[in-house]
Design a protein around this ligand. Structure first.
Ligand SMILES: *[C@@H]1O[C@H](CO)[C@@H](O)[C@H](O)[C@H]1NC(C)=O
Ligand SMILES: *[C@@H]1O[C@H](CO)[C@@H](O)[C@H](O)[C@H]1NC(C)=O
Ligand SMILES: *[C@@H]1O[C@H](CO)[C@@H](O)[C@H](O)[C@H]1NC(C)=O
Length: 454
């Protein structure tokens, strides 16, 4: 049975309390705890949470597939995820016209979270034309995806963008990436959805990685991300913490106020032993990093696979055994791993063209026709068969005023129920009493975005 909001709504309309009860039970029967952000770390309740995951993209980047729209496919692979000891998978594109309840529930039952890219090849920012591709048709698609997945307790995070900036000059697109992040976060709050962490996944480029991280964490709280992730293929076995330069990255990111993790890693230049796993989950790194995702589950032409998929058959490869051994030999640090409890904003990086071709922190305003989605919802997604968005719709006109991305600016926060606002405040723990939440909501609507982050 589907446990969607619409089925609940239908049940209420019909006054069928028995149906409602079973829907509600179904929606909540997973005991998986949603992941939250505290300081520069992820938490599962009171415990530090480290991402131990793989990138899950059967078909590769060239063949568009939604592996979590097909229950047979995902259940076949969940057996392997469990055997590997994973707690997270990343999916690069989903068809938001499809149902995902079966796979998301099966993943939750296996204790596995999802990091989801909200974009698809056809519905994404175009780095060569960021202004045109940041439009209302695009936002409708990704908001529909966000609405669909925020309801699952095991949606760990949304990637607002993936490798949009892939060199110095394309950093000029960064304000649009940041605007999309702002809009998704605002959408979650305005729609009273769970405040799923939202952030960007950066390409493996040394020349502006730190600037991009700082940029996504500077400015007013409504504009800042909830975490930052980047791809890193610089540790090629045999290597070490110092040989790989990972020690320098830890040094450079020390004091960064958001959770940080690797959205892709696993250099395949030489035989992979995944020796970096023991560094990544050691206290040498856990004060700054929160784990990462190995590229990638299935064998594709780029030769990074852990398994070979052929029809219904999955055959494990040597890299699978190597990764499993590395994980087995590497427990998480005890205690809190030395995370930074304070967290907080970065300063905005100074313009340094061509590597960092962005001046200040002025963001484009949300395209006018997309504003209504904040209050009315985005409605249904057209899925993979849609016509795409990059050359459609209405673009942004003008720049945003600071704080424009706060939920109250659309006028919905004060009148709404309290779930979203409370989540936005990042109240530690999950069991917030309704009366406290009500008070928090009132404060939120008076004081606005300044309260969002500690
Ligand atoms: C660390 O930061 C320094 C100074 O900004 C920079 O020169 C260096 O390339 C960075 N190292 C890494 C590995 O990012
Ligand atoms: C913790 O993060 C804050 C905000 O980025 C920073 O100012 C502070 O120096 C950090 N503390 C440590 C010990 O890294
Ligand atoms: C799957 O494995 C079975 C048993 O080994 C074999 O008979 C079948 O041909 C395989 N199918 C594919 C598509 O490889």
């Amino acid at each position: 049975m589907k446990a969607t909001f619409s089925s609940l709504a239908t049940a209420i309309t019909l006054g069928a309390s028995a149906v409602l009860a079973s829907s509600a039970v179904k929606a909540r029967d997973s005991s998986i705890t949603p992941i939250t952000v505290k300081g520069n770390a992820f938490f599962q309740g009171d415990n530090r949470f480290y991402i131990r995951g793989v990138d899950y993209q059967p078909g590769g980047s060239s063949q568009l597939e939604d592996p979590i729209a097909d229950a047979d496919v995902c259940k076949r692979d969940i057996a392997k995820f469990k055997d590997l000891g994973l707690n997270t998978v990343r999916v690069y594109s989903v068809d938001n016209s499809q149902d995902h309840d079966d796979c998301m529930n099966a993943l939750a039952d296996a204790g596995i979270y999802l990091v989801l890219d909200v974009n698809t090849p056809k519905y994404s920012l175009n780095r060569a034309q960021p202004k045109e591709s940041y439009n209302d048709v695009y936002l409708q698609y990704i908001f529909a995806t966000v609405e669909m997945f925020a309801k699952y307790p095991n949606t760990l995070a949304f990637f607002s963008g993936n490798e949009v900036i892939n060199d110095g000059p394309s950093s000029a697109a960064a304000p649009y990436v940041k605007a999309v992040t702002r809009d998704i976060r605002q959408y979650l709050r305005s729609r009273n959805l769970r405040q799923v962490p939202v952030g960007y996944s950066a390409a493996d480029i040394d020349t502006n990685r730190l600037q991009m991280a700082e940029y996504m964490n500077c400015g007013t709280d409504d504009e800042r991300s909830d975490f930052f992730a980047f791809n890193d293929y610089s540790w090629c076995d045999p290597s070490s913490f110092t040989t790989s330069g990972w020690d320098q990255k830890v040094k450079n990111f020390t004091g960064y106020g958001l959770p940080l993790f690797l959205s892709e890693y696993g250099c395949n230049t030489n035989t992979r032993k995944f020796e970096e796993v023991s560094a990544l989950y050691s206290t040498k790194m856990t004060g700054v990093y929160s784990g990462g995702l190995v590229y990638e589950y299935s064998q594709e032409s780029s030769n990074y696979g852990l398994v070979e998929v052929s029809g219904d058959n999955v055959t494990t490869l040597a890299d699978y055994d190597a990764l499993k051994t590395a994980y087995n030999n590497t427990p998480n640090p005890s205690g809190d791993g030395g995370y930074n409890k304070t967290g907080g904003a970065s300063g905005c990086p100074t313009k340094d063209a061509p590597n960092w071709n962005v001046d200040g922190d002025t963001l484009p305003a949300i395209p006018a026709p997309a504003k209504k989605y904040m209050t009315q919802g985005a409605g249904k997604g057209v899925g993979f068969s849609g016509d795409g968005s990059q050359d459609k719709g209405t673009a942004s006109t003008g720049t945003a005023t600071a704080g424009s991305g706060s939920a109250s600016s659309t006028g919905s926060a004060s009148s709404s129920s309290s779930k979203g606002a409370a989540a936005a405040l990042r109240v530690p723990g999950t069991g917030v009493a309704p009366i406290v939440v009500g008070m928090v909501t009132a404060m939120f609507s008076v004081l606005g975005a300044s309260l969002i982050l500690s």
